[in-house]
Design a binder for this molecule. Sequence first.
Ligand SMILES: *Cc1c(COP(=O)(O)O)cnc(C)c1O
Length: 374
Amino acid sequence: MNIKKLVRPELIAMKSYTPIEPVEILVQQVEGKLIKLDGNENPYGCSPKVSQAVADYPYYHIYPDPEQRKLREALQEYTGVDRQHIVCGSGSDELIDLVSRLFLEPGDRIITCSPTFGMYPFSAEVCGGRVIEVPRKDEDFALDIAGVKRALDKRTKVIFIASPNNPTGNIIEEQELMELVDTGRVVVIDEAYFEFSGVTMAGLVAAYRNLIVLRTFSKWAGLAGFRIGYGIFPVEIADYLMKIKQPYNVNAAAQVAVLASLSDLDYLHGNVNKIITERERLFGKLGVIASGAKQSHWLKPYPSRANFILCSLCCDSEPTPSEQSPAKEIWRQLQQRGIFIRYFDTPRLKDCLRISVGRPEDTDALVEALKEMC
Ligand SMILES: *Cc1c(COP(=O)(O)O)cnc(C)c1O
């Protein structure tokens, strides 16, 4: 029996997603302290109320509510959007998957604006969809809205935009969004970093039939390990998603964790503010390494509205083709010192590094190390 003959051929051809290493593995690679700035995770963890509530919850032996009633009610209050627009998922990753499964037949297309989050192509391809990449503009990673419109064809169903974008940190303007909504395709605005930017399109969802906003508790609320996200959808789309999702897609512990988080907003917003302050301090420090441009390498940080900063590495001389990319070399050397940041092996990002914002002491250790290298 040849299993490969039975597997869908497009899945055999498909490229795998490259995830980051889990913390248990990283700890083994490091002698001293581990500084983890590669996953845009919250360095302050979750609310202490979460640990308490999860420990106290008495009903883990009972299936969770498939209608997500308590969650949607709490999220109605948090977002100001009526609960019938809200659907929760096992991470916003699951909602990206569900949206793809709702709209894509094999051969249908999505548009992404690269460089961007890797789960959009991943989920589309699992559905047999095709991905059309419309590159962002060279200088500042601004969206190329005219380019998106030119790329549309009859089989284009969904346009995915992250705002703030991962890894570039910039946001979509309302004017740009309106042009996309006018194309009549489903437009997904992924606001995974909304709490760090303060800018949202959620208030527009109710006015259109094709606009979706996705959010998550992974980054701002420190719940990445629980896997819990939500989306704000036109009611018609929300109803279809409730129909096709697995009934118990959000586990009981995640539901308890969200309710506890939403009851401790002052604490969580305090941490968000610390991270925003630290983002600006890190940006300034990276800029100083940048202006110390007497050396052969220096960093150019891009302004960010999220909890990470993308930098490109500038060099006086072109590396010879046999040489490793200098960005990758810095990434590797930082790793030897226990500092983990993100390097992307794609042509557009090969000279770039993405640094998640950590605590002040993490910034200091990183900047010291970078000064020695650049
Ligand atoms: C981290 C991230 C997500 C994933 O969120 P989960 O809720 O953890 O699945 C979604 N979109 C973007 C742009 C992200 O960076």
